[in-house]
Design a protein around this ligand. Structure first.
Ligand code: CO
Ligand code: CO
Length: 321
């Protein structure tokens, strides 16, 4: 979840006075957290979207990896899932079987039990999952937990949005699409396990609002400033070329104007780096805020790139240089 129409609508609702709700919808976190006992809290999230790749099996698998990601972003273990499907009544059943098979096999890889689901007849295909996970009630990694002095690590390169746009425009090389697809298919589970193995503080996954949109939420929730080194931002192969070729998704422009007033950008930062930081990601990586002393071990346990630091709250939520 993140700011958007739903967040605005939810903000007007009465708050639940329930001490077991550790994280509700107020903080734009990736998932809700509900305490069951002193040892165990539920992590709950839902996500579904329209096809982002042509191959139905791959679409199903990416939808699963993307839905699971919000549980991993809390440092949780995904335990069960329900599928959500919108599909044309007269639609091709073989295509549908492939979507469901891709999703089911990704859930098996994640060790997450598929319990059922619900479908609605709809002209436009949409698919995803509601996922339930568990976490220790004192060990979930919220947006609000980043601390000044922390190191920022990003666990997947950016660029899935610009590469899919380049693909639609017939500008993408096969190798770019293959690398982006591989990245979207990769579970954030290993990164979640690594976060629990070290004393990580805050975390969010990078999805539709881009690195800066989700980073801004973390900065505002934690009352800090994220200082990002543009030159350290990892890009998928072809992402910078796609930007140079003008393959700019509408979401990138919206993300950029949304974060604009919370940014301080130094003059030497290149336009392409700024675009990459605003690129909407599908099944993106985790942005983890952790103490300097834990960063080396975290990076030994999982792939990631140091991209900057957390500092005491400055004039703007994010400072890019
Ligand atoms: Co979400
Ligand atoms: Co998320």
């Amino acid at each position: 979840m993140a700011p958007g129409v739903l967040a605005q609508a939810l903000a007007a609702l009465p708050r639940t006075a329930n001490s077991n709700v550790l994280l509700g919808f107020e903080t734009s976190d990736d998932a809700g957290v509900y305490k069951l006992s002193e040892e165990c809290a539920l992590v709950q999230t839902v996500d579904f979207f329209t096809p982002i790749v042509d191959d139905p099996y791959t679409f199903g698998a990416i939808a699963a990896a993307n839905s699971l990601s919000d549980v991993y972003a809390m440092g949780g273990v995904a335990i069960s899932a329900l599928s959500i499907l919108c599909y044309p009544g007269e639609g091709d059943m073989e295509v549908l079987r492939e979507i469901l098979r891709g999703g089911a096999e990704k859930m098996i890889e994640a060790g997450c039990a598929l319990l059922g689901g619900h479908s609605v007849a709809d002209e436009e295909i949409k698919f995803g999952y509601a996922v339930t996970g568990t976490v220790h009630p004192e060990r979930y990694r919220a947006n609000a937990h980043a601390k000044a002095g922390d190191v920022l690590v990003l666990t997947k390169p950016l660029g899935t949005g610009v590469i899919s746009t380049a693909l639609k425009r017939g500008q993408a090389e096969e190798a770019w699409v293959a690398a982006a697809t591989e990245s979207m298919l990769r579970l954030n589970r290993e990164a979640a396990v690594a976060m629990q193995a070290v004393e990580a503080h805050g975390c969010t996954d990078i999805t539709g609002f881009g690195m800066l949109g989700h980073g801004r939420e973390m900065a505002l929730a934690s009352g800090v400033t994220l200082k990002i080194e543009a030159k350290l931002i990892p890009a998928l192969p072809g992402a910078r070329e796609a930007i140079a070729a003008g393959a700019i998704p509408g979401g990138l422009k919206r993300n950029r104007s949304f974060v604009a007033e919370d940014l301080r950008v130094e003059a030497e930062v290149e336009e392409a780096d700024l675009a990459l930081l605003c690129d909407p990601q599908t099944s993106g990586g985790l942005l983890v805020s952790l103490p300097e002393g834990e960063a080396a071990e975290f990076l030994q346990r999982t792939t990631g790139w140091r991209i900057g630091r957390v500092t005491a709250k400055g004039e703007k939520a994010i400072w890019i240089r």
